[in-house]
Ligand binder design. Structure first.
Ligand SMILES: Nc1ncnc2c1ncn2[C@@H]1O[C@H](COP(=O)(O)OP(=O)(O)OP(=O)(O)O)[C@@H](O)[C@H]1O
Ligand SMILES: [Mg+2]
Length: 235
């Protein structure tokens, strides 16, 4: 497989949990600036797939190619996957400490430049007043926005969002969606696993559906023509 022109090419991805074959040889391409909706029933394997792509969970087989590089087994691609692709959990994990501490964790540079970037990130999510708030006291929607600000600071090429609007009220959902639009406009490639496709109208350009261990591509109203998944026929 060449993988050229694609940010990520996956071929023959397999994963089994116990006796159940969860992912049955998936072929999956992601182009720069894609915005993909991933649907599937509870237990279909969406989170498992996203975690494998982000280098967090080991598959049983498959080849991974990033930005046209040689295809590698997951074990050898893992570090590069982790550097390029960020997985965002539905309930983002916060360190014990202030919001500013959480945003600054792992940032390089002088104390002053780190502080300036943290302030920029807080302004980006319109949460300047929360800098000193203990992060673990935040609501689910606020945590979600802090996690998006952390991603904004880190600037991964690809972000995988696992049910980013589940359990959010309308206001929190709108805020999260506005931030996702901005991340996408600023050039980030997004994959969003969700049971609520209607929440993401206007943002989604492709729709992949995971069913019985296989991925199918579905048309998106107003979107581009259905693409081929992994060079095969449209589902
Ligand atoms: N570590 C594990 N050990 C055994 N089984 C697991 C493990 N992780 C996930 N599974 C099983 O794999 C299946 C797929 O789980 P996964 O969380 O990927 O589904 P999902 O599509 O994200 O579902 P949901 O829509 O409910 O979030 C489930 O049946 C789950 O119980
Ligand atoms: Mg899930």
């Amino acid at each position: 497989m060449s993988g050229r022109g694609n940010l990520l090419c996956v071929r023959g991805l397999r994963k089994r949990h116990g006796h159940r074959e969860l992912l049955r040889g998936l072929d999956f391409d992601l182009s720069a600036h894609d915005c993909v909706l991933l649907t599937g029933e509870n237990g279909a394997g969406k989170s498992t797939l996203l975690r494998i792509l982000a280098g967090l969970e080991r598959p049983d087989g498959g080849a991974f190619s990033l930005a046209g590089a040689h295809a590698l087994p997951w074990r050898r691609a893992r570090k590069a996957l982790g550097r390029t692709i960020l997985y965002l959990h539905q309930q983002p994990w916060m360190f014990d400490g202030s919001v500013a501490y959480n945003l600054g964790y792992g940032l390089r540079g002088s104390r002053r430049s780190r502080r300036a970037r943290i302030n920029e990130a807080l302004a980006w999510i319109e949460m300047e007043a929360f800098a000193d708030t203990p992060a673990r006291t935040l609501s689910g929607g606020e945590r979600q926005r802090i996690a998006l600000a952390r991603a904004w600071l880190r600037q991964p090429a690809v972000m995988l969002l696992d049910e980013p609007t589940a359990n959010l009220d309308r206001d929190a959902r709108q805020r999260t969606l506005a931030l996702l639009h901005r991340l996408h406009q600023e050039g980030m490639t997004l994959v969003i696993a969700s049971h609520d496709p209607d929440h993401f109208g206007g943002l989604i350009r492709r729709h992949l559906h995971l069913d019985d261990g296989r991925l199918g591509e579905q048309p998106v109203p107003g979107g581009p023509p259905v693409r081929l998944v992994g060079g095969g026929e449209p589902a």
